[in-house]
Design a protein around this ligand. Sequence first.
Ligand code: NAP
Length: 313
Amino acid sequence: MIYPKMAVIGCGLIGSSVIRAARAAGVVGSVAVGEASPAHRAQITALGYADLVTDDMAEAVADADLVVFAVPVLAMGPAAVTSAAALKPGATVTDVGSVKVSVGDALRAAVPASVYVIPGHPIAGSEQSGPAAGFAELFQGRWVILTPQADDRPEYADATRQLSDFWTALGAQVDTMDAAHHDLVLAVTSHLPHLIAYNIVGTAADMEEVTRAEVMKYSAGGFRDFTRIAASDPTMWRDIFLANKDAVLEVLGRFTEDLQALSRSIRWGEGDKLFELFSRTRDIRQGIVAAGQDSAEPNFGRDRPASDGAPKP
Ligand code: NAP
């Protein structure tokens, strides 16, 4: 047992997976859920993983030793404001948001100094959402990035170690990182790929010479993969792009330059340049598989829809 009481605010795919995994690992005592959606509250109650399910965020966090905010990133700050007065001094406050600078700032601005804010991001998930999509093995073998702030209090270092132990018990590997660096890395590995997917599916849908029926009927592997990514939750992704604007725009600028270079190579028949790039990218793919970070690999005995290789936010 690491935390006698855990509260999870926002209990969709990630929040419910945290609860299932923590229950399976036996690292929490009681579990309280603060959830805005009546339909999701009913599902969580039916799943039977939580001792308390409420729409009152303050009631959920009262007495909690660990509070996990698992709402869309722009909802983190408002959710923290609603529950701040009820937080227990000495509690650890964390989150699972896909953007770290703005979420860390919002959490720290909302809560009292007597709690320890340690933002986090599990690099695990899928294009599905809601509590029914969660599962206990979601974090097995995945990375969780913690972005602790500079804080001299020895208790803060203890709280960070404890949170790291928590994620390790859930099967994850834990890294700590500067929040701004996290946002740049994830802009490259996750946010830009989603932007490209949203764009390419939108472009195909808008091309007048190609009918919608043809897009569906002749959807080849590459396009089909993009449509899966582009089916990701619109609220979550709107929030990610708005909350990580600077890093996404920086990476997008670089991507656009590289795309122009590729376009020139195709126009001028520079096959050697195309071949060199495609060989390099194939090596990267093989590196990801070798590192065990390809969820399409038959690891961890997962048979859930989330194990489909979609990039993780
Ligand atoms: P989700 O399945 O949509 O769950 C979010 C839940 O929070 C929903 O039930 C939502 O209700 C509820 N909610 C929204 N605003 C709330 C508020 N102010 N107070 C209480 N509950 C609220 O989303 P998710 O995929 O679990 O993502 C949650 C967080 O994890 C996001 O910050 C995301 O960036 C991060 N994340 C996601 C993934 C992924 O692959 N999905 C991976 C890593 C990290 P409604 O449906 O009624 O809005």
